[in-house]
Design a protein around this ligand. Structure first.
Ligand SMILES: Nc1ncnc2c1ncn2[C@@H]1O[C@H](COP(=O)(O)OP(=O)(O)OP(=O)(O)O)[C@@H](O)[C@H]1O
Ligand SMILES: [Mg+2]
Length: 233
């Protein structure tokens, strides 16, 4: 569904990603792991068309390098950025409507209902300003907002960041559910290797903008040496 081949990218003259190749199967979850500064966020921004890149980024076989971020979103790529991308002065409902701004079908209200059922903690706060939500609720809103696009591919930048383990587990469980119901393909960027390997079927480890390890998530998680030297748990 998504394939990066030899992708290099950076900020201005500063290169960050060096010939990164990775893929996400249709309906699969791929994890990208790595320490602070490894290039995880840069990988996601590059896929979204926010940074110039060389190499090939293909969605369902079509190269999207050079396309605008708006065009890439319209191809069905939704992004939950590391700052969650929530408009804190807008209400929960207004944030959800913004997530659907590219849609022209008549099912937007139905989808809002669906996410409020899935995320009951948002339901009672539908008319509250998003800035007043707890961290976990904001992450649920960010996820719902991205899903309002009805994406084919969901790019998630550290959904566990700053959240208590119990809330992280809740969010990963919701992700699993939505992914299965919608047949979504997910690229999950995480420092929380343990949780990410539980949800994903394939994983890549980035170091200084390069893929240094990749494999089946289950194999990586069950290899003590790899866990200790690359995954830090
Ligand atoms: N806007 C920017 N301008 C210049 N350099 C940047 C910019 N954003 C990130 N970088 C650099 O790119 C490298 C990779 O950063 P990136 O944010 O992709 O890492 P990350 O793996 O997401 O880290 P973290 O786990 O801390 O979020 C770092 O060396 C960082 O300093
Ligand atoms: Mg990051």
């Amino acid at each position: 569904m998504l394939r990066l081949t030899g992708v290099s990218a950076g900020y201005g003259k500063t290169p960050v990603l060096h010939e990164v190749s990775l893929s996400v199967q249709r309906g699969g979850v791929t994890a990208v792991l790595g320490a602070n500064g490894a290039g995880k966020t840069t990988t996601i921004r590059t896929i979204c068309g926010l940074l110039p890149a060389t190499g090939e980024i293909a969605i369902a076989g079509k190269n999207i390098v050079g396309q605008t971020s708006d065009r890439i979103a319209r191809l069905g790529v939704a992004h939950v950025p590391d700052n969650r991308g929530t408009f804190i002065d807008l209400t929960v409902r207004e944030n959800l409507l913004l997530g659907a701004h590219t849609r022209r079908d008549g099912e937007v209200e139905g989808d809002i209902e669906r996410f409020l059922e899935l995320f009951p903690r948002l339901k009672s706060r539908i008319h509250q300003q998003a800035g007043n939500l707890s961290g976990g609720e904001q992450q649920m809103l960010a996820l719902s907002r991205a899903l309002m696009l009805r994406p084919q591919i969901l790019l998630l930048d550290e959904p566990s960041f700053g959240l208590a383990p119990k809330v992280v587990a809740e969010i990963f469980e919701l992700l699993r559910k939505v992914k299965e119901e919608d047949g979504l393909s997910v690229l999950l960027v995480e420092q929380n290797a343990r949780m990410a390997l539980m949800l994903s079927d394939k994983a890549y480890v980035l170091e200084s903008g390069k893929v240094v390890l990749s494999g089946d998530s289950r194999d990586l998680a069950s290899d003590d040496a790899i866990r200790k030297s690359y995954l830090g748990y």
